[in-house]
Design a protein around this ligand. Sequence first.
Ligand code: RTP
Ligand code: MG
Length: 147
Amino acid sequence: MEQTFVMIKPDGVQRGLIGDIVYRLERRGLRLVAAKLMQVSRQLAEKHYEEHRDKPFFGELVSFITSGPVFAMVWEGQGAIAVVRQMMGKTNPQEAAPGTIRGDLALSIGMNVVHGSDSPESAAREIALWFGGETPLKYERSMDRWI
Ligand code: RTP
Ligand code: MG
């Protein structure tokens, strides 16, 4: 069963969108296996986004992610990584399709509400980085056999 790391960014938390985003992922059939509301340190933000270290927007990105609490989660399900990326929509919300999280809930590329791992390698790295030491729960819901 595939696992992916999902984070509701500070704009999503401040705008009261945690419930909306969790609702969408749960209704799709994905299963929440770890979650925490947390203030991100500069060190964690830089490590999380290290692939973007040399980009012109890196400083802004790290300032934004550390600007308020985020809701960090691990979601599990068949094809979870690609499914969540699809549900998030394009990075630039102005190009994201209606029906996607960014296409429904955001307008600017800098404040695009949600992060999701972009590959199995990223998912493994990010789950270890954000939930290192904590093991995502293993459990079955009675509805899982219908998904
Ligand atoms: P994320 O990592 O946050 O899930 O977003 P993503 O995969 O869709 O996009 P990525 O290329 O990884 O970029 C990470 C975040 O950097 C900001 N960004 N700004 N100003 C710009 O041109 C620019 N490009 C990217 C976005 O907030 C993006 O989510
Ligand atoms: Mg990314």
